[in-house]
Design a binder for this molecule. Structure first.
Ligand SMILES: Cc1cc2nc3c(=O)[nH]c(=O)nc-3n(C[C@H](O)[C@H](O)[C@H](O)COP(=O)(O)OP(=O)(O)OC[C@H]3O[C@@H](n4cnc5c(N)ncnc54)[C@H](O)[C@@H]3O)c2cc1C
Length: 388
């Protein structure tokens, strides 16, 4: 198999512990059986992997790197490798797991009260309940500090009013972490599904992340007790810390999408004959394959490096920006170039590159656009903020 040479050439596995390799292999085998045979169909039909939640939970993939409350408590690198395998299937599936673990569960785990943790984390870890994370609004995406959703005190209660948009798993979630402006700055609230005044609707006609639910959350005078507020979260630091967790998973995940594109393209190029020889034998094809392999290996090495920094407790947000910007951008370029090697076959769902490319357009935009990450890196390098 030509595809296996991609894996063997750089022996990056040698940088991983036995436990990390076992976790990665277990996730890969589970997905090969349960997801891979169906994913193109789910993408076409716009079906999100909700019914897989309990199985993902029993594998320990939900809130995987969190400690306690029924979470697996693996190291960060293992979590990254699981994201890589999930996104090798589809970015929608990885988004599902990222939102559940890194946005919804992490927001509760990091900023919640003991009661909130005990109520929600075990069922979210088991996949018996789903969570979502509402930060973005119709008029405030890259600049969440401008958000209009408000939480106003009324006696001992809070009353929330506003709209959130582009919320992954919004309409299927049992609990939404909603960020809102209060008199004392931005605060987070846990809004259970079915709370009066809280409704959701789905975004339709998507050309990207079709195997994922994307929703609008409408809060129309939603009354919540004080016990629904995340007591430790104050200001934008709360939501940004959660985004940083999810971005870390994307650094690995994007390389999973790249690997899947490369593997399928290497096999295709070896068997597709034009001008009486496999197209893999043409110099122009090999130049494309070599360039893509370089970026894939570099991206993977960067991901493992950032994983090691996270496990050492020293990973900084700007370093995650470097990983997210580079790896998503390069994965998207790899997906597009693979598509060219597949010729006409590349425009169908029979082969994964164009599905991955379409998905990666969303990944390039969410969790901080590529421009926002470039500005973060620029600020780190120059000491000057160019956001405004
Ligand atoms: C499929 C999908 C799922 C998502 N899931 C979630 C979710 O679960 N929860 C959630 O809260 N959000 C979610 N989002 C929202 C996502 O985080 C936002 O789309 C993203 O932050 C960008 O915001 P925006 O779409 O409003 O674009 P805008 O902020 O309007 O940006 C438009 C363009 O302007 C550029 N731009 C903006 N400001 C600057 C600047 N200062 N300098 C240079 N360029 C700039 C941007 O980089 C971009 O190219 C999701 C989005 C998608 C597409």
């Amino acid at each position: 198999m030509t595809a296996s040479r991609l894996h063997e050439l750089m022996s990056i596995d040698g940088l991983l512990s036995e436990e990390e390799r076992t976790i990665q292999q277990t996730v890969r085998e589970f997905l090969a059986d349960k997801v891979r045979p169906h994913i193109a169909e789910w993408f076409e039909a716009g079906i999100s992997p909700r019914e897989l939640a309990v199985e993902l939970g029993s594998l320990g993939l939900l809130g995987m790197h969190l400690e306690g409350y029924g979470c697996a408590g693996t190291n960060a690198t293992s979590y990254g490798l699981a994201c890589l395998e999930l996104e090798a299937c589809d970015s929608g599936l990885r988004s599902f797991v990222s939102v559940q673990g890194s946005l919804s569960m992490y927001s509760i785990w990091r900023w919640g009260s003991q009661e909130q943790k005990q109520e929600w984390l075990p069922q979210l870890a088991a996949g018996r309940a789903l969570g979502c994370f509402g930060l973005t609004e119709p008029d405030f995406g890259s600049n969440p500090a401008g958000m209009r959703t408000r939480a106003v005190r009324d006696g001992s209660d809070w009353v929330l009013t506003g709209t959130k948009l582009w919320i992954t798993n919004g309409s299927v979630a049992d609990v939404a972490t909603v960020w809102a402006r209060t008199e004392d700055g931005i605060a987070g609230f846990l809004v259970p599904r079915g709370t009066p005044g809280f409704t959701t609707g789905d975004v339709h006609h998507k050309l990207s992340l079709r195997a994922s639910t994307t929703s609008e959350l409408i809060l129309d005078g939603v009354r919540l007790p004080e016990s629904a507020r995340l007591p430790l979260a104050q200001g934008l630091r709360g939501p940004l810390s959660c985004l940083n967790e999810a971005r870390f998973g994307i650094v690995f995940g994007a390389m999973g999408a790249a690997r899947d594109c490369l593997e399928s393209t290497l096999d295709y190029a070896a068997s597709r004959v034009q001008f009486d020889r496999p197209i893999a034998g043409f110099q122009l094809t090999q130049a494309k394959l070599a360039d893509m392999a370089l970026e894939y290996y570099k991206g993977l090495l960067l991901a493992v490096h950032l994983g090691r920094l996270k496990d050492a407790g020293t990973l900084r947000p700007a370093q995650v920006s470097i990983g997210k910007l580079n790896n998503v951008r390069e994965a998207l370029q790899i997906a597009r170039t693979c598509r060219t090697i597949l010729g006409g076959s590349g425009i169908t769902l029979e082969y994964p590159p164009l599905r991955h490319a379409n998905n990666l357009e969303s990944v390039l935009t969410y969790e901080g656009t590529s421009e926002v990450h470039a500005l973060t890196i620029g600020q780190e390098l120059t000491g000057l903020s160019a956001f405004r």
